[in-house]
Design a protein around this ligand. Structure first.
Ligand code: NAG
Ligand code: NAG
Ligand code: NAG
Ligand code: NAG
Ligand code: NAG
Ligand code: NAG
Ligand code: NAG
Ligand code: NAG
Ligand code: NAG
Length: 290
């Protein structure tokens, strides 16, 4: 075998191992958390941090704690009890309300800074008014939340305004919180008896494809981001190639040329297999591609 060919082949295998094999197996591999399968576009947070490269959408990191998956939106924590990859929806349960027979929600669901998620059509918002000094006689109170002379009330959101008490409730109650539950958890039962159980069952969020990942995913790839904060993505193809946007193969000559470029940079970093180093390696490759 000629010396040049030998070097070329060994460089090629080094790049394949350092850059390709590892990224696909570690960053994109599906993993479990309890009964939940966590896979693209979700990813498991490593030691509850967002350090390092990962495969999946930036806001979709799940922490796995005592076999339960936890999602943080943006400061409030929810258990993820189901992920439906077919219809792109997840079920979340507010951590504060778990195992409480008479749950008192502390915060609204906040999706403002997370455009990837939206409420599902199957959800139903409930409006809670806590610790009210105003007590409309025609509205039933929540018995388990009586505090001295104060009472608390719950409505299907919007119904409080139909009752004409909306303004008084907003003025004369300590707190107004909108809680999201699944419609079918309330439909058959009555709100006063049913809200606790419905809150334990959680609510649904639909997720949307990240805009710049469309081409990548349609050609069989997974988007990969450098850090949770970064908007820039590259694309990991099913055959392990890392490309900037699409997994559709270019001409043979071009891809042969890219392999040589990859080999060259692969060798430079071949002796260090840390995460940081691997992503540098990939960045160099991407630099050359564009
Ligand atoms: C991939 O990286 C992990 C740790 O980051 C390491 O344990 C493993 O040996 C690497 N695999 C390959 C094929 O380099
Ligand atoms: C896993 O599923 C089984 C059966 O559905 C259930 O009994 C168990 O509690 C679940 N475990 C977790 C951690 O959710
Ligand atoms: C993760 O956390 C555990 C416990 O705090 C620690 O022992 C371990 O070194 C950490 N791993 C990494 C990669 O930071
Ligand atoms: C993970 O990090 C978040 C935010 O820093 C923190 O609120 C939460 O308690 C942490 N969870 C664990 C299990 O350490
Ligand atoms: C998703 O679709 C696949 C194939 O169509 C099916 O086998 C699977 O049961 C579906 N899973 C859910 C949770 O609907
Ligand atoms: C009502 O206010 C009291 C005193 O601030 C507090 O202890 C109690 O938890 C409140 N009740 C509700 C339902 O928010
Ligand atoms: C009743 O509610 C008011 C605010 O609406 C609050 O300041 C007060 O502490 C509450 N009292 C009790 C006994 O919960
Ligand atoms: C929750 O949202 C409602 C209306 O959307 C608002 O009036 C209320 O102040 C919010 N409550 C909290 C605790 O942020
Ligand atoms: C690998 O990289 C780490 C940090 O980037 C560095 O501390 C270490 O010395 C490097 N190892 C080799 C063999 O170059």
């Amino acid at each position: 075998m000629s010396k040049t060919l030998y070097y070329f082949l060994s460089a090629l295998s080094i790049i394949l191992v350092t850059c390709h094999a590892n990224t696909t197996t570690t960053a994109c591999a599906p993993s479990n958390c309890g009964n939940l399968s966590i896979r693209y576009p979700f990813w498991k947070k490593y030691n509850n941090t967002t350090d390092g490269e990962f495969c999946g959408y930036p806001d979709f990191g799940l922490e796995c704690y005592e076999n339960k998956a936890i999602m943080t939106l943006p400061t409030d924590q929810y258990y993820v009890t189901d992920i439906n990859y077919n219809d792109s929806s997840i079920t979340l349960v507010d951590i504060d309300v778990v195992d409480q027979p008479c749950p008192r929600a502390r915060h609204n669901v906040s999706l403002q800074n997370i455009p990837s998620f939206s409420l599902s059509k199957l959800d139903l918002p409930l409006s809670f008014y806590f610790n009210c000094s105003f007590q409309p006689s025609s509205v039933q109170k929540i018995e388990c939340m009586t505090s001295g002379r104060n009472q608390s009330y719950v409505f299907t959101s919007g119904d409080e305004d139909d009752s004409a008490y909306g303004d008084d409730l907003r003025r004369q109650c300590q707190d107004h919180v909108v809680v999201i539950v699944k419609q079918d958890e309330i439909e058959n039962g009555d709100l006063l008896d049913g809200f606790g159980g419905a809150m334990q069952k959680g609510f649904l969020l639909d997720w949307n494809r990240a805009g710049n990942c469309a081409e990548c995913e349609q050609t069989g790839g997974n988007c990969r981001f450098n850090t949770a904060a970064s908007k820039e993505s590259s694309c990991i193809c099913s055959d392990g190639r890392i490309v900037s946007k699409t997994c559709k193969k270019g001409t043979l000559v071009l891809s042969f040329f890219m392999k040589i470029v990859e080999s060259f940079f692969g060798e430079i970093f071949a002796h260090n297999n840390t995460q940081l180093h691997r992503s540098e390696c990939l960045d160099y490759i991407n630099l050359f591609r564009t």
